[in-house]
Design a binder for this molecule. Structure first.
Ligand SMILES: Nc1ncnc2c1ncn2[C@@H]1O[C@H](COP(=O)(O)OP(=O)(O)O)[C@@H](O)[C@H]1O
Ligand SMILES: [Mg+2]
Length: 229
């Protein structure tokens, strides 16, 4: 099946909020797409990613993932564990674990053999250029290195889809470029769908689609250079 994500009339109204964070979004994202989501602060970007991952539930409408409309927290947790990798602005690494251990966290319960988990984490960290930092904890790593660990962790379960929420938001421009190049490489290595919230324009060159969100509503525009086509 080509389709990976489908939203049908999805609205999210948080309790105590006067406006809808997401206001009637319908869209389809196919497997293999690299979708960039842009929009001002507070426009609903993170809420949209959270809805796609079942981390928050719609007030109205339905989210389908890989042909299924998952029901309940447990089902969603299983789907996330098997199919979705996350990369966050704040890295969200566990501070007491080393890089090697952090990357293994999503594998727990999925890859039974501890030696196989370690081998795979090792390989992933090497692939993001961190073989010399595997036994360091987040506090001993730079921001750019932490985000590399987080990307390796995001790939741990060979997810169908990667959701990245402002992955370079906490990085200086040099590290941002390196992280974006890495995410681009992950995409170009194939098989994966990426949905990235970002203001960084470098992604524009490899995005298959750019979505703009404002006040919880989507507007679609062709990637730069393809306008008018
Ligand atoms: N857990 C929450 N409870 C109440 N309001 C929220 C919550 N999360 C987000 N919002 C509100 O929803 C809107 C969209 O937020 P968000 O998706 O975080 O925007 P963005 O990621 O584009 O900055 C904002 O008005 C924000 O204040
Ligand atoms: Mg956000």
């Amino acid at each position: 099946m080509k389709e990976l994500v489908r939203l049908e009339g999805v609205t999210k109204q948080f309790r105590n909020a006067s406006v809808r964070a997401i206001d009637g979004i319908s869209m389809v994202i196919d497997k293999g797409e690299f979708v960039v989501i842009r929009g001002p602060s507070g426009s609903g970007k993170s809420t949209l990613l959270n809805l796609i991952a079942g981390l928050t539930f719609p007030s109205e409408g339905t989210v389908y993932l890989d042909g299924e409309a998952p029901r309940g927290r447990e089902r969603w947790a299983k789907i996330r564990a098997e199919k979705i990798g996350f990369i966050f602005q704040a890295f969200n690494l566990l501070p007491t674990l080393t890089a090697l251990e952090n990357v293994q966290v999503p594998m727990l319960g999925i890859i039974r053999n501890p030696r196989e988990r370690k081998r795979r984490a090792h390989e992933l960290l090497a692939s993001v250029g961190l073989e010399h930092r595997m036994n360091h904890k987040p506090a001993e790593l730079s921001g750019g290195e932490c985000q590399r660990v987080a990307i390796a962790r995001g790939l741990a379960n060979s997810p169908l889809m990667i959701l990245a929420d402002e992955p370079t938001g906490n990085l200086d421009s040099t590290n941002s470029l390196a992280i974006m190049a890495l995410i681009k490489r992950v995409y170009e290595s194939g098989k994966r769908t990426i949905i990235a919230v970002t203001h960084d324009s470098i992604f524009t060159s490899c995005a298959t689609r750019i979505l703009f969100i404002r006040d919880g509503r989507l507007r679609e525009r062709a990637p730069v250079g393809l306008e008018g086509h």
